[in-house]
Write a protein that binds this ligand. Structure first.
Ligand SMILES: Nc1ncnc2c1ncn2[C@@H]1O[C@H](COP(=O)(O)OP(=O)(O)O)[C@@H](O)[C@H]1O
Ligand SMILES: [Mg+2]
Length: 549
């Protein structure tokens, strides 16, 4: 429009820019008869503007990269974004990161390349001339700007390598870790030579510094993570070895327990068999002469009777004996002898009978013949045991009253010899306790109930007894043998340990601490039964042995 003013920018071939302003020149009557053009060279301003814009962009990019590096510990992601951004920002054909190995060979680790050009990712560079000479230079922070590989005075081998990568111009800045050369950040221009602007160089340099930070950060993180992994691995190993230790300890404990049991059993078997053999042997040896004596006593009685009768007859028919006879008769107190002799023989007979009974009990008690389970009369076992303990129960010794409340028991399948051993252990303990209690009390409290041991037996049905809490079939029966004393009782804290091996409160030489441990084993393990201790301090103790039928 010729009547309006206009303004525009004109760009010349030599890159100069002009601000071009034109206004119409009007005659006083309003006719336009010309235009005035004014041109102003604004190249510098335009360049400054562009530079500022570019700088702003660059700063924004750097800021973004910085942000990214702070936010991510994923180095790969950072490197990838960097080459992407570099290529976009510099509008170059390829951006890559080259990483050095310790021996200064290296690999292209990250790449961004435009479609028209080939990828050189993973490309390894062995060529000595590439880095050997350049490395110290790069290590000092030097950069390399090549505008055109053909007239940059490059080594021929280097030019060939770059040709292989289709490179025409390149820009390389070092990525440093402390003062070590980690790698290079490289921009390639492939389509033509390129005059790299200072701002491009500056940008690349700043990015390489940021990359250094990112790499260091990632390395630190990796180190931390590795330490953490190592530590948790160590912890896991520790936990594992702890677990194995505990396992081993449990195994050892079990083995030890097993060993103790076996040892006990050995002791028990050994003791029982040698004692049994001794007893059986002695009983057998005594048995013969005693039978002999016992058998002959009746003959002796007979003979004595006959002899006395003969003397009587002499007396009748020769009432006046010669002096010597009547003197002798007087000397030997013949009248007393006649009365006493049969009595004496009678008591000898009784004695021999008693010996026979004891021998019988001993044989029964040791029961060598019964190594296997057999149905026996429990009461007979108890009686035999009491017989052997006679000497400890009699008035002369402990003066212990014995109370028996035997129920009706069927024959009980058991290892009779071993069960007798149990009764023996419990009864011995009761006698020990009563004797000791008497000794203790006789000083200050001479009057107390007479020492008593009560033995009771009965049959119980499981369903009707609550005291034995075992889940067994309803109509299951057991024999219960209770052996109670009115001794001192056992304090609660000791009661928990009395079945332990070698637990004893008795002086050395008296107690072995094995009696109840062995009894427990015999009753619980051999017979599938139960043994319990009920006790009230000052009142007494009761052992309850249960043998399932
Ligand atoms: N009837 C009882 N009265 C009091 N204490 C008892 C009685 N029976 C067992 N004890 C206690 O149990 C302990 C262990 O008994 P035991 O295993 O037979 O070993 P030992 O008789 O060799 O000591 C005894 O030392 C004793 O303290
Ligand atoms: Mg004992």
């Amino acid at each position: 429009n010729p009547t309006t003013a206009s303004r525009n920018e004109v760009k010349l071939n030599d890159d100069r820019v002009f601000d071009c302003y034109s206004t119409p020149v009007l005659s006083p009557n309003g006719d336009c008869y010309g235009r005035i053009w004014s041109f102003r060279d604004i190249t510098q301003r335009k360049q400054t503007e562009a530079r500022l814009r570019k700088q702003a962009e660059r700063e924004q990019l750097l800021g973004e990269m910085n942000q990214r590096i702070r936010q991510t510990l994923n180095l790969e992601e950072v490197l990838n974004t960097t080459v992407e951004e570099v290529r976009q920002f510099l509008a170059c054909d390829r951006a890559i990161i080259y990483r050095f190995n310790p021996d200064l060979t290296g690999t292209m680790v990250v790449e961004s390349v435009s479609k028209e050009w080939k990828s050189i990712l993973k490309e390894q560079i062995q060529d000595n001339c590439f880095h050997k000479t350049k490395a110290p230079y790069f290590r000092k922070g030097g950069i390399r700007v090549v505008e055109d590989i053909y007239n940059a005075g490059l080594h021929q081998c280097y030019v060939e390598m770059l040709e292989g990568f289709q490179v025409r111009a390149n820009l390389m800045v070092p990525i440093l870790q402390k003062d070590q050369l980690w790698g290079l950040l490289i921009a390639h221009h492939c389509r033509q030579p390129r005059k790299w602007s200072t701002s491009s160089v500056k940008l690349l340099r700043q990015l390489s510094v940021q990359l250094s930070v990112a790499i260091q950060q990632a390395a630190l993180f990796e180190q931390l993570a590795a330490e953490l992994r190592e530590r948790s691995a160590a912890e896991a190993a520790l936990r594992k070895s702890e677990a194995t230790l505990i396992q081993q300890r449990t195994k050892l404990e079990a083995a030890l327990y097993q060993l103790q049991q076996t040892q006990l059993q050995l002791i028990q078997t050994e003791k029982m068999s040698s004692l049994g053999q001794l007893v059986a042997g002695v009983a057998h040896e005594i048995n013969n002469p005693v039978t002999f004596i016992h058998g002959n006593i009746s003959h002796a009685e007979h003979y004595a009777h006959d002899l006395l009768q003969l003397v009587q007859l002499y007396n009748q028919h020769y009432p006046q004996p010669v002096e010597e006879i009547s003197k002798f008769a007087k000397d030997i107190d013949f009248h007393f002898l006649v009365k006493d002799f049969p009595k004496l023989l009678k008591s000898m007979d009784m004695g021999a009978d008693r010996i026979r009974q004891i021998v019988h009990s001993l044989k029964n008690f040791s029961r060598l013949d019964q190594a296997e389970r057999k149905a026996v009369d429990i009461h007979e076992g108890i009686e035999n045991t009491l017989m052997i303990l006679q000497h400890r129960l009699k008035p002369a010794a402990a003066n212990i009253k014995l109370v028996k409340n035997y129920g009706h028991l069927p024959p009980v399948e058991c290892y009779a010899g071993q069960l007798n051993q149990v009764f023996m252990n419990i009864l011995n303990n009761a006698i020990d306790a009563l004797e000791e209690y008497d000794r203790e009390l006789s000083a200050d409290k001479p009057k107390r109930d007479r020492s008593t041991i009560t033995i009771s037996t009965e049959i119980v049905n499981y369903c009707s007894t609550e005291s034995f809490s075992r889940d067994v079939a309803q109509n299951f029966q057991s024999v219960i043998i209770r052996i109670a004393d009115n001794g001192p009782g056992i304090p609660e804290e000791l009661r928990q340990r009395i079945f332990d091996h070698f637990f004893t409160t008795k002086p050395v030489g008296k107690g072995t601490g094995l009696g109840l441990a062995i009894s427990y084993q015999i009753v619980v393990e051999k017979h599938g039964g139960n043994i319990q201790c009920l006790s009230e301090q000052g009142k007494g103790t009761e052992f309850v042995v249960e043998i399932p039928l």
